[in-house]
Design a protein around this ligand. Structure first.
Ligand code: SAH
Ligand code: SF4
Ligand code: F3S
Length: 454
């Protein structure tokens, strides 16, 4: 199949527009939703003004994510005024968290569909079109949308996501995801491999396997044998040495030596591990129900350094979780220094209704303190990212080109195996090419280089 077979269909029909918020899982789900709606005759559009249905694929992970989406919903009123029969649907995590409350709170909403209810969307649309409210927020123990070929909406045609599992069983005390995404379930590996093959044949060069906790991927074959995450990763990487394979996210408690061994033996498994620490304080980690200590986390980092010396390590951190003291906060800063993260996503703690933390702990770190601590974390990470990038100056990397640089059409951007962005002069290179680049300069966010003929 060439890439056109994976792209949205064109032609006549009712038009569907989708806006996506939140994590990469949502990006992947939107592509599934477009596929399901196309099968019903809908045509995907990027032009909101011509839409017959507007869907918003939502995120509940922090309060500001939800507030932003609520604001956006209000902006849709103008389109409803212009087109009487326009339908607005909220899908994804906010739909699951708020259920019918959303219909009352946001009068503009006609359809509410949770992450496991997308097969029902055509039906919900019919109900809404007949003047009712289409709502389905049923979570499932089995749904993985396994056999559905997502319609590819990325611009580059170089890098794509494949969801390999859904849900989360970890119950971190602060986190809403287990409530919005339901229990963990793994997808049939045959369907994952088929999708990966299809992408490679269509010209894609990089695949990211997605799940809330990919390390606990597990599939039982009819003969009783088990395919675990390292095994799955190996099989996807075997499709071609010219196919880069990434994955996210790994929970530190499940990062096994077996996984690191498979990575070390397989050069096209990218040298980059996202290992969210959340905090550097063992006391905080226990309150957060992360199921590891600072020492245990650092031992996993040592294992990565030992087995994959050139591997980038990135993380997520939360500032100001319940009862966090200055000492706990200092422990996070010292963990960051000790690991020397290449990159981090950093957040202020935001209470999520009905989570364990919301029910049993007090959100007692004042807002100003959270802000100061987050600021310190961000400043330190900027230094660490700069140090990490400076270390790359003078080195050569194989860069997979993704597209034109944001600043100039004369330059391309791509990524190293370590997932760092590199900018260099276009020359005759094109997206999808592998180019050997020598790094000549950097900022804390990007590497700058020049192609070399190896
Ligand atoms: N499954 C992934 C991450 C899911 S959410 C994992 O476990 O790593 C992405 C990140 O959002 C989390 O890693 C955490 O750092 C942050 N996060 C989750 N809930 C939050 C909350 N209530 N307040 C602030 N940040 C939160
Ligand atoms: Fe949330 Fe924890 Fe699951 Fe990640 S592992 S999605 S932080 S509950
Ligand atoms: Fe947000 Fe749901 Fe992802 S809450 S981070 S969109 S799983």
């Amino acid at each position: 199949m060439n890439i056109n077979g994976l792209r949205p269909r064109t032609g006549n029909g009712r038009k569907i527009y989708i806006e996506t918020y939140g994590c990469q899982m949502n990006v992947g789900d939107t592509e599934i939703v477009v596929s399901l709606m196309q099968d019903e005759g809908y045509i995907y559009t990027e032009n909101i003004a011509e839409a017959d249905i507007i869907l918003v694929n939502t995120c509940s992970v922090r309060d500001n994510a939800e507030q932003r989406i609520r604001g956006r919903l209000q902006e849709f009123r103008q389109y409803k005024k212009r087109k009487n029969d326009l339908l607005v649907g909220v899908i994804g995590c906010m739909a699951e968290r708020l259920k019918e409350q959303l219909l009352e709170q946001e009068q503009i909403v006609d359809i509410v569909a949770g992450p496991d209810a997308y097969r029902d969307l055509p039906n919900l649309v019919r109900t809404a079109a007949a003047g009712g409210h289409g709502i389905n927020v049923q979570l499932s123990r089995e749904e993985t949308y396994a056999e559905i070929s997502p319609v590819r909406l990325d611009k580059s045609g170089v890098s794509a996501f494949i969801a390999i599992m859904r849900g989360c069983n970890n119950m971190c005390a602060y986190c809403v995801v287990p409530y919005t995404r339901g229990v963990e379930r793994s997808r049939d590996p045959q369907t994952i491999l088929r999708e990966a093959h299809e992408l490679f044949e269509a010209g894609y060069k990089e695949i990211t396997l997605l799940g809330q906790n990919v390390n606990s991927y597990q599939w039982k074959e009819p003969d009783g044998s088990i395919i675990d995450f390292p095994e799955l990763l190996k099989r996807v990487a075997e499709i071609s040495p010219r196919l880069r394979v990434r994955f996210a996210t790994s929970h530190p408690k499940d990062l096994s030596d077996k996984l690191l061994e498979v990575m070390a033996a397989t050069p096209n498994l990218c040298r980059s591990i996202h290992l969210p620490a959340q905090s550097g304080s063992t006391r905080m980690l226990a309150l957060m129900n992360r199921k590891y200590t600072r020492e245990w986390y650092l031992e996993r980092i040592a294992a990565i350094r030992r087995m994959l010396p050139d591997c980038a390590i990135t993380t997520d951190l939360i500032a100001g979780f319940c009862s966090e003291t200055e000492e706990d906060h200092e422990a996070t800063l010292s963990l960051m220094r000790e690991v020397g993260y290449d990159f981090a996503y950093m957040f202020k703690y935001s209470v999520r209704p009905n989570t364990k933390a919301a029910r049993t702990m007090e959100d007692d770190v004042p807002e100003e303190v959270k802000t100061t601590r987050l600021q310190q974390i961000i400043e330190l990470q900027n230094e660490l990212s700069l140090t990490s990038n400076r270390r790359d100056i003078g080195k050569r990397f194989e860069v997979l080109v993704e597209g034109s640089s944001k600043r100039s059409e004369e330059q391309l951007f791509g990524r190293t195996s370590q997932n760092k962005v590199v900018i260099f002069d276009r020359g005759n290179y094109r997206p999808g090419d592998y180019v050997t680049v020598e790094i000549t300069d950097c900022s804390s966010a990007t590497l700058i280089g020049r192609p070399v003929t190896a």
